[in-house]
Design a protein around this ligand. Structure first.
Ligand code: AMP
Length: 357
């Protein structure tokens, strides 16, 4: 696919959660259409997308039919089996490409990739056996964090190891899953930078935001982050280096720890990200539109920020605050249309804007 797609083209989106929903809304604003592929029958994106395929990611027949119905394929989460990509890639381009997905699916591969690029990460070691863990603890020390290599998100699949911990018992809980031990990074704050890269290699970045987590889930993202101008530049250089190395197309998020010895990369997400929702009310072109523009080959927005913004997630029963929030003239609501309220479930978010300082 070398020519930009025309309006009316159909974009295939793997995953129909809130990110797929907001990508579909952005695509429709540009006159493009979306076809969602999701194992669930009524995912949040279904009510705003043009088409829905309900099938597991292992269903080769459904994947082929889906891929043949679209001009380009993207994804809203990184835990899609790479085997699905083998099938899909025969019929339509996948953006971002599978290398970004392969790297971000496995924390050990991701850390190795980042270090080979010359970027700083926490110290780390792969762990499969008790012997590996003991050697890793000698190398890395305590405190440290044991994480599953794959399928971890929102703080799930990770356990801190302190001086008092019984590391043997902790490893048993991993039940044979491959793991990674990471040194605990003493950071002053966590930030993330969202960037986009076009097929021709143009890069545009949004302002880094400062993130606060609660119970392992993002609670707030605030722009501007309290960082120096040179830290801001470093964040942009880091994400640009990663995107160029992958010949990336689309939006990416890089989560960073701010430390006295510089920025340390925590992880990369090859997709639009919760910490970038502030762009919906802080920029002319938000992360969702930026992603769509990049993958269909349209010119990208520049990422300039015109407001200060705080994004706050509405988790579980937080959704009950909507009536009050709707009265606030500085608040923009983004509700995901999920019927079942469950503890820990992301139901929506709001952006509180204030003049740029
Ligand atoms: P992750 O799922 O790897 O993004 O981790 C979730 C959260 O755990 C991060 O946002 C940090 O607050 C914390 N965390 C993860 N890894 C480390 C680390 N190596 N050192 C310190 N804190 C960490």
């Amino acid at each position: 696919m070398s020519e930009p797609l025309e309006t009316d083209a159909i974009i295939g989106v793997l995953g129909g959660g809130q990110l797929g929903r907001m990508l579909s809304v952005a695509a429709s604003r540009l006159g493009l259409r979306t076809h969602i592929f999701d194992p669930a029958t009524t995912p949040p994106a279904a009510s705003v997308a043009d088409m829905l395929t309900t099938a597991p990611y292992e269903d080769q027949v459904a994947l082929k039919a889906f891929a043949k119905s679209v001009s380009v394929i993207t994804y809203e989460f990184e835990n899609i089996p790479v085997t699905a990509f083998d099938c899909l890639g025969q019929y339509a381009p996948i953006r971002p490409g599978r290398e970004a997905l392969r790297i971000s699916q496995d924390r050990l591969i991701e850390k190795t990739f980042l270090n080979e690029l010359g970027l700083k990460t926490a110290s780390y070691a792969g762990v499969e056996t008790l012997k590996d863990l003991e050697l890793a603890l000698i190398k890395i020390g305590k405190p440290s964090i044991l994480k599953t290599r794959r399928l971890g998100y929102d703080g799930k699949g990770q356990v801190p190891i302190s001086a008092k911990s019984n590391h043997k018992e902790i490893l048993e809980k991993f039940a044979g899953q491959k793991a990674i031990l990471e040194g605990f990074v003493q950071f002053s704050r966590e930030i993330s930078v969202i960037g986009a890269r076009s097929p021709s290699g143009n890069i545009a970045c949004f302002d880094p935001g400062e993130n606060v987590h609660r119970n392992g889930i993002l609670h707030t993202a605030t722009v501007p982050a309290r960082i120096s101008k040179s830290q801001r530049t470093d964040a942009v250089l880091i994400i640009a280096k990663i995107m160029n190395a992958l010949e990336y197309i689309g939006v990416m998020c890089v989560e960073l720890f701010v430390t006295p010895s510089g920025l340390i990369v925590n992880e990369i997400a090859p997709r639009v990200h919760n910490s970038g929702h502030w762009t919906q009310n802080g920029c002319v072109v938000d992360q969702f539109e930026q992603h769509i523009r990049a993958i269909v080959g349209w010119p990208m927005g520049d990422g300039s920020r015109h407001n200060n913004v705080i994004t706050e997630n509405l988790i579980g029963s937080d959704i009950d605050q909507v009536g009050v929030l709707a009265l606030d003239k500085n608040v923009a609501l983004h509700i995901y249309g999920k019927r079942d309220v469950q503890p820990g479930r992301k139901m929506g978010h709001f952006n509180r804007v204030s003049p740029k300082r």
